[in-house]
Design a binder for this molecule. Structure first.
Ligand SMILES: C[S@@+](CC[C@H](N)C(=O)[O-])C[C@H]1O[C@@H](n2cnc3c(N)ncnc32)[C@H](O)[C@@H]1O
Length: 228
């Protein structure tokens, strides 16, 4: 089924937020990183600017720069209205106010858009739909990230999440997923089944992180091969 532009919600975070969400140290940024469902985050463009390597995977990379820019303007008004109407549901610690949130998202989008066509040519932004297999050999990447994608959307079904995480683990020595909540800021209904599915073969841990925007959304799931 074709993924239409009006279903896309281009809303992206920045490098500092990724560092906080995934407990990334400066040495982690030197690793070979692949980020799934990376959307219009400015993580890839900011890393590229620092001379580091990252590949981003997303459905929305099928659209043009202009299409994404126009869609962002629509999404921005809708999301910001919801956030302002429900400001008490969020923790204003890392991000201090709705105005700051709006500015952060505008800046991420702008950095992403400036880098998008160059990054696409360089193979840093890949249009791809998980859980389909990517054209990379196994264990090519040190670190695979999922920010606000896997475990977040129960409507995609547990099968989708397990298959997608399996594909991440085929490619990556270590996978980190943040948050482990659903959109209502409740524990993800897929978390226990996901842990049960992977715990025989992989080491799994839940780690506290410094980032919290959804209430209690300050933990990430880490999955690594047991032999490492
Ligand atoms: C909420 S956004 C998160 C963007 C970014 N990771 C961040 O945290 O700023 C979720 C992203 O997942 C992408 N996505 C949804 N389903 C996907 C799929 N099957 N394969 C790849 N990406 C997908 C969406 O297009 C969207 O850009």
């Amino acid at each position: 089924m074709k993924f239409e532009l009006d279903k896309a919600v281009p809303w992206g975070r920045n490098l500092q937020e990724y560092k906080e969400m995934f407990n990334l140290r400066n040495s982690d940024l030197d690793k070979d990183i692949i980020s799934f469902g990376d959307g219009p985050a400015s993580f890839n463009s900011e890393l590229n600017y620092l001379g580091k390597k990252c590949i981003s995977i997303d459905l929305i990379y099928q659209f043009t720069e202009l299409e994404l820019k126009e869609r962002f303007e629509v999404v921005k008004s809708q999301v910001m209205q919801q956030v302002r109407n429900n400001a008490d549901n969020f923790i204003w610690k890392n991000i201090k106010s709705p105005d700051e949130l709006e500015n952060l998202r505008i800046n991420s989008m702008s950095n992403f858009l400036k880098d998008f066509s160059k990054g696409k040519k360089e193979g840093r932004y890949l249009y791809h739909s998980l859980p389909d297999k990517l054209d990379f050999k196994g264990q090519k990447f040190d670190l695979g990230l999922s920010s606000h994608f896997l475990l977040l959307y129960p409507n995609l079904g547990i099968d989708f999440h397990i298959k997608s995480i399996n594909e991440m683990l085929r490619l990556c020595k270590e996978v980190r997923i943040f948050p482990i909540l659903n959109l209502n800021a409740e524990k993800s209904e897929m978390l226990d089944d996901t842990i049960k599915y992977f715990e025989k073969e992989y080491s799994i841990s839940i780690e506290k992180v410094n980032y919290e925007f959804q209430k209690n959304g300050n933990e990430m799931l880490t999955i690594k091969r047991k032999s490492q």
